[in-house]
Design a protein around this ligand. Structure first.
Ligand SMILES: CC(C)(COP(=O)(O)OP(=O)(O)OC[C@H]1O[C@@H](n2cnc3c(N)ncnc32)[C@H](O)[C@@H]1OP(=O)(O)O)[C@@H](O)C(=O)NCCC(=O)NCCS
Length: 272
């Protein structure tokens, strides 16, 4: 089923209503997925409850039960609207920007970039609570399950899309702005020559192409683009495109493009 009117305005309740409608249609179209879609989506009363279920199902292991992870996730989602709002903004970012995404249920059920990002958000929530070892556990399982290794102390804004998401590495002191898109095999890492604050600071609205390596405590300005396969070792000004190894400015980038509407709708602010 294709969903043609993708760039729609969806408020908080409308997101969940659309997810439930899509789920019912999906079960009708493929009854063999009925159990999965019921357990994963239709059984729940909110997006947060569905995400808590999915987080615990995917990250449970022989040494950590689904029940314990579910309790943590329920506690996190009920502690404030922040995590749920971030998840909605991320979901709408994928729906809006990924041409292969035609329904909201796809990222929740099938796309590891979205699921890994929500798992990172859970780990970051634990980190901010001072529950460092549980946060490290979540980081480890996220890496094992999804191939996405994000340090729980890293700070990531909302409305973020990680497409394909194999082999993503984001270091401890990295920051990623709102409305950022990145493809697979992106590293936001250190050069190996610095201690302390040693990772990149990515501005809002930046697009990072597949395989790009951004190394060191350098800033990448708002609405810039980093070409696939680049190695970025120096600061990138706003609204520029950089490419190559090592990366150089090759032109302007996308400043005139309007912001994605999901950030405005969900009132996302500074990333914490
Ligand atoms: C290679 C590395 C160790 C730097 O070595 P260095 O000898 O100190 O190099 P410098 O930073 O002084 O740069 C020297 C030159 O090499 C270039 N250079 C450095 N790293 C480079 C890289 N990875 N690819 C291509 N060129 C690179 C620099 O642009 C510079 O070129 P220039 O002299 O024309 O300006 C470092 O850049 C690197 O790649 N470290 C690995 C980091 C990593 O894997 N991080 C992931 C962590 S998760």
């Amino acid at each position: 089923m294709q969903h043609d009117a993708k760039k729609v305005d969806l408020d908080r309740d409308a997101v969940w209503t659309q997810i439930r409608d899509e789920s019912a249609t999906a079960v009708r179209n493929e009854p063999l997925l009925g159990a999965l879609i019921h357990a994963g989506l239709l059984h729940h009363s909110s997006l947060e409850a569905a995400l808590a279920y999915r987080f615990s199902l995917k990250l449970a292991s022989g040494e950590m039960s689904e029940q314990i992870l579910r309790e943590i996730a329920d506690q996190a989602y009920s502690s404030s609207d922040e995590l749920g709002d971030a998840a909605r903004a991320d979901l709408l970012a994928v729906y809006d920007r990924d041409p292969a995404t035609h329904r909201l249920i796809q990222p929740i059920l099938f796309f590891k970039g979205f699921q890994a990002l929500q798992a990172y958000r859970m780990g970051h929530w634990l980190w901010r609570q001072g529950r460092y070892d549980m946060a490290y556990f979540v980081q480890m399982r996220c890496s094992e399950c999804f191939g996405v290794d994000i340090h729980p102390a890293a700070r990531i804004g909302t409305g973020v899309m990680i497409d394909h998401a194999h082999s993503i590495v984001i270091g401890e002191t990295a920051t990623v702005g709102n409305d950022v898109s990145m493809l697979h095999s992106v590293t936001l890492g250190g050069t190996g020559k610095e201690d302390g604050d040693r990772h990149p600071k990515i501005g809002d609205g930046v697009m990072i192409g597949a395989g790009a390596k951004v190394l060191g405590n350098i800033s990448v300005g708002h609405h810039s683009r980093i070409a696939a396969g680049s190695v970025v070792l120096h600061e990138v000004p706003s609204c520029k495109t950089v490419a190559g190894v090592p990366a150089k400015v090759i032109g302007d980038a996308g400043c005139s493009e309007p912001s994605h509407s999901m950030n405005q709708l969900l009132g996302t602010g500074e990333y914490s």
